[in-house]
Design a protein. Structure first.
Lengths: 541, 471
């Protein structure tokens, strides 16, 4: 039965998106072109089946297929709207331990067959070389799974004009406050990715995942002093338009966006009143805010516990890991103080890496990477879990993938990328200011970014830096940077903020050759670190 | 649906990228869908890549990928609206045009000065396409990579690397100017060799539009030798050292001066607004910032130039506004002679009808000293393979921060004495180019899409600020 325009428009969220942007893309399921059906239309399964058949016929021992349909929209406060759309398909095939991958931009039965044949041919070409063993972790087959990320407001249902108006109103709001203004434009960006996945294990599933982010920078001039900052509750999230409009969002903000802007302005105003001091080079107990701690995780443990990276598969790209003998260090390596527990998941509401199935059809689990300071596991895919098979058997753990296979879209082959990462907070309700209050002499940093080396080991970080005296932030410090080694940093963790002070931020995991970016969330509390080393970053030797 | 469109959309084995005629057809169709007057600008891109990636001495993925991108800009009453799609059937293109028009209607008018009529541009016809790159088969790539992995494995070392052959097309159909179309190829190969325990690491890589220019065997040999020689490094005190920088290391610094996508160091507009290292100062009489044009900014042995017709430095011969790249000397014998600007700025500021767009590709002059000779004449210093993770600390002095990676050695009394642990450095590329002792022969370096020819050099007093024990 051909899909009519009317059927198409009737179908739920897609209908709304189409109503907002009339973009009936065409694909070829039969002899003629017709509008792209919703991702859970059973005929897309036939298309996926076409590619899988081709790989089987050509001799693949395993293959998987991903059709992805990305819609992107960026709206600014000056009403600039940019729409983009990308439909691609990627086929991956395994022959004698070697992977081949082929991808392109057309959804048609013939193209599926061509990609299937090409992927197998590429795998076979390399299988002529030395023996390579791939022991894929077992995974149950998915029988026609369909999942939609639960967002409150589908951003593609909101008219762009309404979005632009809302953003412009934030500009007005800022301008009415104490001589502040927005630097540049208020920006918003939305993505809807629809994925249909199938594998030769008999799995088939479809997903619809949302990603929303924004940017709002303010400049405040007060009594001849200038301060600036960016709201930190608009980083990439697995949410819809509610990222902007909700009264509160757990782990993102506990007040409205306007109130968050006002809080930022209050904070900037408060610190512009502080005297500015030069750095007294040395070592200081240091309180870091949640964003700084999240950036430290993003620079150290999040990449360092990627098993492919630790074993050298990324050596020619981003580098390796300071966890450099992963199989020996598993279960014994002291990665940090007993306060440090870090887990991975791809299920939390609002997480950027949240999915129902990963790009290999695995239902991701929540798993500990570091427990009470000890390294207990790695991020894995079905292939890399195979490298831990013996270790898992010895430890009595289930041999399974943690579901960290990710590709930005069908044009890229899946790699292991970071899941959502969570650092366990303290049980109490200690926040950043309470941690500062406990320090007699030290430094506090907000919004610190970290520049890491190619083993996620040595870092240099800098942010908005304050001197602490007797539990108070008494001055700002100009030109200060923290030098640290990851293991000592995490071993020097003295105290953590509580759950209510934990915050979640969207981060990017860049990896691979050709390079590919995936986004994931890091949730962390503020924390107190023992005796960090400070230098003036602008000073030469 | 016509068979013609089907052939276009498929980009199958016989056809991996779009021809000029096909782009012309797509653009004509897009323009035909425009409603409500105004202007239509269409950009059409297509690409294909054949890739081999390996790790731990085995190929981990062989890939064949391709895609198309069409970006439509509809400008109605001075308000531009943009939409993009990768589908080139009529209905998708029409939908993209409608989306762009809807955005244009939302957008506030964005009045722009009427562009002065352009002179008829003539473009250089550089060497940017290689049939050898485009026609390299997966099986040829596999054989090349096998020959790269085997020597490392034979010495019980681990290698990881990447080989890519790629072709791109770029077509632009502006509202009121002649269309442009370019097809270009790129090949790159790089590899890292490490010992099993991870105490040493060596890297080598090269890129060119023509895969035949990449001697993969020489790369494999260099990466392996460096890995073996860099094992078990010792700690050295941070401080100022004489450095012998291999061409790749020099490029990792000098691109901060030349490449506009990394930093706007050579930007005329920036300098005349008082930002960047090439500001001479504020002229109170004229009420403006003066740039350092005409002043000596680096060692007089240094000339940094780009000729689009240089057979080793070919790039698509125009920028995003279709303005031609001209043969240019940014720095001539140490003197800053040209700053980069687009035609708009050039017209208003100095009535130049062309401007000096900057592709980022460059040739840096050198000398006759070999790296071996530089080492032989060094009493105490460091030999640097490459830098990594370089970030800007201070735009005014071009002070950057970064790390050494994949091979750092101590030179004592004219000989390499031992491998040393990596350093973090804090230094300005301009300081380095003002502290040169010796220069070697310029050679192509690893710089995909933006080729560069760079010499090795020896410089004094390079500032290493802290030890990093990452390998």
């Amino acid at each position: 039965m051909p899909i009519t325009r009317r059927d198409f428009v009737k179908s739920g969220v897609v209908a709304a998106a189409v109503a907002a942007v009339p973009r009936p893309l065409l694909m070829r399921l039969g002899p003629t072109r017709e509008p792209v059906p919703p991702i859970d239309d059973p005929r897309l399964k036939e298309l996926v089946g076409r590619a899988l058949e081709a790989t089987r016929a050509a001799g693949a021992s395993y293959a998987d297929v991903r059709l992805t349909h990305d819609r992107g929209r960026a709206v600014r406060s000056d009403s600039e709207v940019r729409d983009g759309e990308d439909m691609v398909v990627g086929v991956r095939a395994l022959v004698n331990g070697y992977w081949g991958f082929a991808s392109g931009g057309a959804w048609s039965p013939d193209e599926m067959a061509r990609l299937g044949r090409t992927a197998v041919a590429l795998a076979k070409t390399n299988a002529l070389g030395k023996k390579r063993v791939v022991d894929l972790a077992p995974v149950p087959a998915i029988k026609d799974g369909h999942w939609v990320m639960p967002v409150k407001i589908d951003p593609f249902e909101v008219p762009p004009l309404e979005i632009a108006d809302f953003l412009a109103s934030l500009e007005v709001y800022v301008a009415r406050m104490r001589g502040a203004q927005v630097n540049g434009f208020v920006e918003s960006s939305f993505r809807l990715q629809e994925i249909a996945f199938g594998s030769t294990l008999g799995s088939y599933c479809t997903q619809r995942c949302y990603r929303t982010s924004g940017s709002l920078q303010v400049v405040l001039v007060k009594d001849g002093k200038q301060g600036s900052g960016e709201v930190d509750c608009l980083t990439d999230a697995g949410l819809g338009w509610e990222l902007f409009t909700a009264e509160r969002i757990p782990f993102v903000r506990d007040r409205s966006l306007r109130e968050s802007i006002r809080q930022l302005l209050d904070e900037i105003e408060a610190y512009t009143k502080l005297p500015i001091k030069p750095l007294d080079v040395g070592r200081y107990d240091t309180v870091l805010d949640a964003l700084s701690v999240a950036h430290l995780l993003d620079g150290t443990l999040a990449p360092a516990t990627q098993l492919d990276r630790a074993l050298g598969y990324e050596a020619n790209a981003g580098g390796t890991s300071y966890i450099n003998a992963p199989l020996e260090m598993l279960g014994t390596y002291q990665a940090g103080s007993q306060l440090l527990t870090v887990t991975g998941n791809r299920s939390e509401t609002g997480g950027c890496a949240t999915v129902q199935w990963d790009d290999e059809g695995v239902v991701p689990d929540e798993f500990a990477l570091v427990k009470d300071g000890v390294l207990v596991d790695f991020q894995t895919t079905r292939e890399s879990a195979g490298w831990l098979k013996d270790a898992y058997a010895r430890a009595g753990k289930t041999f399974r993938s943690h579901g960290c296979a990710v590709a930005p879209n069908g044009i890229y082959a899946p790699l292991q990328h970071a899941p959502n990462i969570t650092m366990a907070p303290d049980r109490g309700d200690v926040d950043f200011d309470a941690l500062v209050a406990g320090v007699t002499k030290g430094i506090a940093i907000k919004r610190m970014g970290a520049n890491m080396d190619f083993q996620c080991l040595n870092g240099m970080g800098s942010g908005v830096t304050f001197e602490i005296k007797r539990g108070q932030r008494v001055a700002m410090i100009g030109n200060a940077a923290v030098l640290f080694r990851a293991p000592e940093l995490w071993k020097g963790l003295l105290a953590l903020g509580g759950t209510t002070s934990s915050r979640r931020y969207g981060m990017f995991d860049g990896k691979g050759e050709p390079p590919q970016n995936s986004s994931y969330s890091v949730t962390a509390p503020p924390a107190l670190f023992k005796q960090l080393t400070y230098i003036d970053p602008l000073r030469k030797a | 649906m016509s068979s013609h469109v089907d052939r276009l959309i498929r980009l199958d084995d016989g056809q991996r990228i779009l021809s000029k005629a096909e782009c012309d057809t797509i653009a004509r169709r897009v323009k035909g869908f425009a409603e409500h007057g105004g202007d239509t600008d269409v950009e059409i891109k297509s690409w294909w890549a054949g890739e081999l990636r390996w790790g731990r001495n085995r190929v981990s993925l062989a890939g064949d990928r391709r895609n198309i991108g069409v970006e439509v800009t509809r400008t109605i009453r001075q308000a531009p609206g943009v939409a993009a799609t990768n589908q080139i059937d009529d209905v998708s293109l029409q939908a993209a045009v409608r989306a762009a028009e809807r955005s244009a209607r939302l957008m506030q008018p964005w009045p722009q000065d009427l562009e002065k009529p352009r002179p008829p541009f003539t473009y250089a016809t550089p060497a940017i396409w290689s049939d050898a790159t485009y026609n390299q088969t997966a099986s040829e790539s596999e054989q090349a990579v096998r020959a790269l992995m085997d020597p490392a494995e034979a010495q019980a070392m681990l290698s990881a690397g990447y080989l890519e052959v790629r072709a791109d097309t770029m077509a632009h159909y502006p509202k009121d100017r002649p269309a442009t179309y370019a097809a270009f190829t790129n090949a790159q190969c790089s590899m890292t060799v490490r010992d099993e325990k991870g105490t040493g690491s060596g890297w080598a890589g090269l890129s060119s539009y023509d895969q035949r220019a990449i001697d993969t065997q020489a790369l494999a040999k260099r990466a392996l030798e460096k890995a073996v020689a860099s094992r078990n490094p010792v700690s050295l005190e941070p401080g100022r050292y004489t450095v012998v920088l291999e061409p790749q290391a020099v490029h990792d610094l000098v691109r901060w001066i030349v490449n506009p996508r990394i930093n706007g160091t050579l930007d005329r507009g920036g300098a005349e607004k008082g930002s960047g290292p090439f500001v001479a100062g504020y002229d109170n009489a004229l009420n403006l910032f003066r740039s350092k044009l005409g002043l000596k900014v680096v060692d007089e042995r240094i000339t940094i130039s780009h000729d689009p017709m240089d057979p080793l430095l070919g790039v698509v011969p125009y920028n995003g506004d279709d303005e031609p790249y001209r043969s240019v000397k940014w720095i001539d014998h140490g003197v800053l002679t040209t700053l980069t600007d687009g035609r708009d700025y050039a017209l208003t500021s100095r009535n130049d009808d062309l401007g000096h767009p900057n592709s980022g590709a460059y040739r840096m002059s050198g000398g006759q000293t070999t790296v071996e000779e530089m080492i032989r004449t060094t009493r105490r210093g460091l030999l640097v393979t490459r830098f990594w993770g370089v970030t800007l600390l201070d735009g005014g002095s071009l002070l950057v921060n970064g790390l050494t990676r994949d091979g750092l050695w101590l030179i004592e009394n004219g000989k390499i004495s031992k491998a040393v642990k990596n350093f973090r450095f804090t230094e300005s590329p301009l300081f380095v180019l003002n502290s040169i002792e010796q220069l070697g022969e310029p050679v192509p370096v690893f710089s995909p899409f933006v080729p560069a020819i760079v010499p090795p050099l020896k410089a004094r007093d390079f500032s290493f600020t802290s030890l990093i024990d990452a390998v």
